[in-house]
Design a protein around this ligand. Structure first.
Ligand code: ZN
Length: 394
C-alpha cells in the first residue's frame, strides 16, 4: 500500500492525536470485552452489535460523542478483522494498544473530491474534524481510493496510506515457473540463478544505530535524554523499513510480470525458529547461525515480498513445504544430508552437480518438490503442473 508523508499543522496534529486516542480507546474496550467472554455466555458480539453499543456509549458520554464516529467504528472493524485473523491462525490474538506505539486510525467512504493535488510535490486530503491536511505527493495517488489509514510512527512522523488493492499484474503467459528460496548467503535466490538482497542500513547507519543503542542503555528511565535517543533509534529503523517496503513493491511487480507461476517456501517464522533448534528443516545444524537468520527474517522483507506477490499475482503463487529442498539435488533428485558441501555451495554426492546452495533449493521449490500441503486462493487455484525444470532459465 503506497504511503505518503502527512504534514499536519500543529492544530491539526492535535485533532489527529485525538482520533488516535479514540481509536485506541475503542479497540481496548473490545479487547477487554473479548477477554471477559466465556463460551457459556452465548455469542460474542460482532461488528454490528458493537456499533450499536458504541451508539449508546456516545449518547451517555459527551466526550466520546465529541470524537469522530467513523474513527471509532473503524476501530471496531479493525478489531473484528484482527479476531478473524486470530481464529484463522495467521495472526496472534489482538492485545492492548498503547499510546505512542500503535497510533493510527482509519477513515472510510472517501470520495474522489476528498483528495486533491496542490502542486508538484504536495496534495491535500480531507480528514474529518481536521479539515484539509497536506501530504507529500511522492507518487501517484491510487485512483478510486475508498479509504485511508493515518498512522504515527514511533519517530513521531505521520503517514497516510490510501487503500486500493493493487491491480493484479497480468500473467505473461509464457508457462514459466520460478522458485524463490529464502537464502542464507543472500536474502533470497531465484531458481533462475538471480540473487535478491533485501535493502538494509548502510554500514554507517548501522554503526550509528549501535551507538544509539549503547546510549539508550546508559540513559536513565523516564529522562529527557532517553526520549530523544529512542526517537533517533526509531528514525533509523523507520528508514530501514521504508527501504524494504519500496524494494518489495518493485521486486514483486517484476516477478509477477516475468513468470506465470511463482513458488515459494511455505514457512512461518515459528517453524523457522523450531527448525533452528532441530526438528523440521535441517536438524540441529548451525543452530546459532540459523537463530540469527530467523531474527533477520522477522525484520526482513521476506514476509512483505510474499504478501505483495500474492496481491499482484493472485492464484499464481504456490507455497511449497520446505522439507528437503536444501538437501535434494535439483539435477538428479538424490537426497542426502551430506549433499551439501557448505552453507553456500551445494555439491551432489551422486551426480557431482555443483551449484549455489540457495539456487539449488530454489530450483527444487520451482519444481514443486514435496508439494503436499498446497494452499491456493480458492477458485483461482492454479492447475496442478508437472515440474517444468526444462523451462527454467538457469
Ligand atoms: Zn545429483
Amino acid at each position: 500500500m503506497p504511503r505518503y508523508r502527512l504534514e499536519p499543522s500543529s492544530a491539526q496534529e492535535e485533532t489527529l492525536l485525538r482520533h488516535c486516542s479514540d481509536a485506541r480507546y475503542v479497540w481496548n474496550l473490545c479487547v477487554e470485552q473479548q477477554s471477559h467472554w466465556r463460551r457459556d455466555r452465548g455469542k460474542m458480539p460482532g461488528f454490528a452489535e458493537r456499533c450499536r453499543q458504541l451508539t449508546e456509549a456516545r449518547a451517555d458520554n459527551p466526550w466520546l460523542a465529541d470524537g469522530s464516529v467513523t474513527v471509532q467504528q473503524q476501530a471496531i472493524r479493525d478489531f473484528d478483522q484482527a479476531m478473524r485473523n486470530f481464529f484463522a491462525g495467521t495472526h496472534r490474538r489482538p492485545t492492548w494498544r498503547k499510546a505512542g506505539r500503535d497510533d493510527g486510525f482509519r477513515i472510510v467512504a472517501v470520495k474522489a473530491q476528498h483528495i486533491r493535488r496542490l502542486n508538484r510535490n504536495h496534495g491535500q486530503v480531507l480528514v474529518p474534524k481536521a479539515g484539509w491536511v497536506r501530504f507529500r505527493w511522492s507518487r501517484a495517488v491510487p485512483e478510486g481510493a475508498k479509504s485511508f489509514r493515518v498512522t504515527r510512527d514511533r519517530a513521531g512522523r505521520w503517514h497516510i496510506a490510501f487503500a486500493a488493492v493493487p491491480d493484479p499484474v497480468p500473467a505473461p503467459g509464457n508457462g514459466e515457473v520460478v522458485g524463490i528460496d529464502r537464502g542464507i548467503a543472500v536474502s533470497a535466490a531465484l531458481s533462475t540463478g538471480e540473487m535478491l538482497t533485501f535493502p538494509g542500513l548502510s554500514a554507517r547507519e548501522q554503526s550509528r544505530l549501535v551507538n544509539l543503542q549503547r546510549k539508550l542503555v546508559r540513559a536513565r528511565r523516564g529522562s529527557n535524554r532517553r526520549g530523544k535517543v529512542k526517537l533517533a533509534i526509531a528514525g533509523v529503523k523507520a528508514r530501514e523499513a521504508d527501504r524494504r517496503k519500496d524494494w518489495a513493491e518493485k521486486t514483486s511487480t517484476d516477478i509477477a510480470r516475468r513468470f506465470d507461476l511463482v513458488r515459494v517456501e511455505d514457512l512461518n517464522i515459528k517453524n523457522m525458529t523450531r527448525s533452528a533448534k532441530g526438528t523440521v528443516h535441517a536438524p540441529g545444524r548451525n543452530v546459532a547461525q540459523k537463530a540469527g537468520l530467523n531474527r533477520e527474517i522477522g525484520k526482513s522483507g521476506w514476509g512483505i515480498l510474499v504478501r505483495r506477490l500474492e496481491d499482484k499475482a493472485p492464484g499464481r503463487v504456490e507455497k511449497v513445504p520446505p522439507a528437503y529442498t536444501s538437501q535434494r539435488c535439483s539435477a538428479c533428485g538424490h537426497v542426502a544430508r551430506d549433499n551439501r558441501e557448505s552453507q553456500a555451495v551445494f555439491l551432489c554426492t551422486a551426480c557431482g552437480f555443483a551449484c549455489n546452495a540457495d539456487v539449488n533449493a530454489a530450483r527444487n521449490i520451482a519444481a514443486g518438490h514435496a508439494v503436499k500441503a498446497r494452499r491456493g486462493d480458492g477458485d483461482a487455484r492454479p492447475v496442478t503442473r508437472e515440474p517444468q525444470l526444462a523451462l527454467l532459465r538457469v
